[in-house]
Design a protein around this ligand. Sequence first.
Ligand code: NAD
Length: 487
Amino acid sequence: MKTVTTATGIDCKHFINGRYMDSINNKTFSNTNPATEDVLGTVAEGGKEEINLAVTSARRALNGRWKTMPLTERSQILRKVGDLILERKDELARLESLDTGKPIWLSSSIDIPRAAYNFHFFADYMTTMGTEAYQHDDLAINYSVRKPVGVVGLINPWNLPLLLLTWKLAPCLAAGNTAVMKPAEWTPMTATILAEICKEAGVPDGVVNVVHGFGPDSAGAALTEHPDVDAITFTGETSTGTAIMKAAANSLKKLSYELGGKNPNIIFADSDLDEVLETTIKSSFINQGQVCLCGSRIYVERPAYDEFVEKFVAKTKELVIGDPFDEKTKVGAMIGKEHYERVLSYLDLAREEGGKIEIGGGRPEGFDKGYFIQPTIITGLDRNTRCVREEIFGPVVTVIPFDLEDEVVAQVNESHYGLSASIWTNDLRRAHRVANEIEAGIIWVNTWFLRDLRTPFGGMKQSGIGREGGMHSFEFYSELKNICIKL
Ligand code: NAD
């Protein structure tokens, strides 16, 4: 039997008005390690009352020292948050891998350093931004100023817990807002630590609050319904986005959505196959396929199809599945039982829908505990099958051959998602043409997941509303006010 590292985590409390606290009725739930099924600790379970307290403290803090603090001081505090994340990098990476089941190399090399960089990036960005000014003949001059939106609710998923939380929190604070964060119930640990890091860096009490709990009838819903919350930034499933939009409608909250995806990789026969394979392995199976940007629909031009499938299967066979704390592990555990069973049900469905499992297809042998699923490649599925159309969010990809450029563009655009796409070709004109036609917010050519934080990040169609990154984050986290002065 395979041995998987066991370790305990931390008990997670809410963080409201600068201090940790239990739930008012002392309610808690257990946090489980998905690789071992051991209990990592308890988590305070918040609801309406805790959200009320957090929103009240965030509202008060909005008009306190935070409001009058010079820009450079706020920037220095954000920089310090990034520095402190790096100082506690090993501890945070360990907690992230315990919570999510993701390999430790991934938490240490991507999740935590990028969380720090999110703060460093926005600390710099905020000091170099300008606004518009227009002279209207000799009549008037117009200029605009940015104001905070107010109290912002941050609702986050479990797949990249600290990375995505900081991607929201850093620009939210840079723009002068205060925050109430609701981390995913599966991954509460690094958000809990982030709160004390913010305090240590000099963020005034009440500016950053964390309330743990679930979504419906719990802390998540209470935050979205709260009349004194001005905006909600949400990353998660498209169906949750619908529920939040309904809840937020009564108080007309400003909304920013980063939702699901079913992203295509389009591989033309003229591309460099070795390079394609090296990246496709990552875009398919990194974080057990639980990254919104993963390319789960792979389309290969027919002349390259057989060679691609053969080599892709061979490379997939080399991936080591197992203990997230073993440096050799490339594929860790799925987030939890419910999601694990959901992904396995898609593998049954793929068989029913006539798919051929080229590799993988279920639970790997040798594990008596933990939610492990083999990296799986499926061929032979029709474009209309559910496995090709629906987001599975696991280590599962479908590969489909195509003959014509127009045909593959049409297939790709059939999806109601439109988050990202990767196009592989050495023909520059074709790259431009296809990139222009694909309905997605983020297009990569001959690469994947290459990120510049100044660029617009977000999805079209049911993959999101709005964009984050650089100036685009400030479009959401601030209100622009135009001032017109008659000359
Ligand atoms: P989820 O929608 O189930 O949960 C996300 C968060 O919303 C959790 O904190 C949850 O407690 C909360 N929530 C659930 N129901 C709620 C409600 N009714 N009201 C308020 N809050 C509620 O998503 P998940 O399973 O945690 O994450 C996976 C999904 O996230 C996938 O669909 C993935 O594609 C998407 N995702 C998108 C991006 C992106 O940038 N577009 C990034 C990461 C993940």
